[in-house]
Ligand binder design. Structure first.
Ligand SMILES: O=P(O)(O)OC[C@H]1O[C@H](OP(=O)(O)OP(=O)(O)O)[C@H](O)[C@@H]1O
Ligand SMILES: O=c1cc[nH]c(=O)[nH]1
Ligand SMILES: [Mg+2]
Length: 210
């Protein structure tokens, strides 16, 4: 089955993304905005979570209502920049477990290198949401998803703030069953593998390392 690409262009997300992109937005505000956008996106991507009917008492009467079935969820940030999206998602899915994949992209070759991998021990039973603000060449997300599959993951979604068409294509090629959720689809990559117009280096802007 071919995964879908969803651009979650809700007005609140579009508005916040404008400030995330702006050069003059400082580290503190950048971090807050990434967190808020991740929360709004989590709200959208959990739309199909299963619920079950329960019978409850209100102060007025007995009625039927709905609760989540308790489907197991895992949030998988790609370090470092993906960390900026974790709390926003956890705010809406507080029982989710969090697994970390450490990857950095070599600035010259643009190839990803894995330096850390730690998951909950039942990832094969969980619906995993891989989070990373940037999907550029797609190399990092593609490798992270492959690492998860190699360890038994069966259900994986990818959630990014901004993607280049090249990155989306790379994921669709390597992992055709993975649904991709974006806040924006940008124009292209530049010669250094940065997304245009993009927001610059997400990790550096989140953590003030440049
Ligand atoms: O799609 P790609 O071409 O692989 O590029 C995207 C990756 O690059 C950035 O991470 P970076 O390597 O800068 O690491 P960092 O998060 O530690 O800054 C970003 O957060 C993605 O993980
Ligand atoms: O534009 C880009 C591309 C890769 N990584 C980033 O942080 N930004
Ligand atoms: Mg970086």
């Amino acid at each position: 089955m071919m995964g879908n690409v969803f651009v979650l262009d809700h007005p609140l997300i579009q508005h916040k993304l404008t400030y995330v992109r702006k050069t003059e937005t400082g580290t503190k505000e950048f971090r807050e905005l990434v967190d808020e956008i991740a929360g709004l996106m989590a709200y959208e991507i959990t739309r199909d979570l299963p619920v079950e009917e329960v019978t409850i008492e209100t102060p007025v009467t007995t009625t039927k209502s709905y609760v989540l079935t308790g489907k197991k969820i895992g949030i998988v940030p790609i370090l470092r920049a993906g960390l900026g999206m974790v709390e926003g998602v956890l705010r809406h899915i507080p029982t989710a477990k969090v697994g970390h994949v450490g990857l950095y992209r070599d600035p010259d070759t643009l190839m990803p290198h894995e330096y850390y991998f730690k998951m909950p021990n039942d990832i094969e039973e969980r619906d995993l949401i891989v989070v990373d603000p940037m999907l550029a060449t797609g190399g990092s997300a593609s490798d992270a998803i492959q690492s998860l599959k190699n360890r038994g993951a069966k259900s994986i979604k990818l959630m990014c703030l901004i993607a280049a068409p090249e990155g989306v294509e790379a994921i669709r090629e390597a992992h055709p069953e993975v649904d991709i959720y974006l806040a924006a689809m940008d124009e292209k990559l530049n010669d250094h593998g940065y997304i245009v117009p993009g927001l610059g280096d997400a990790g550096d802007r989140l953590y003030g390392t440049k």
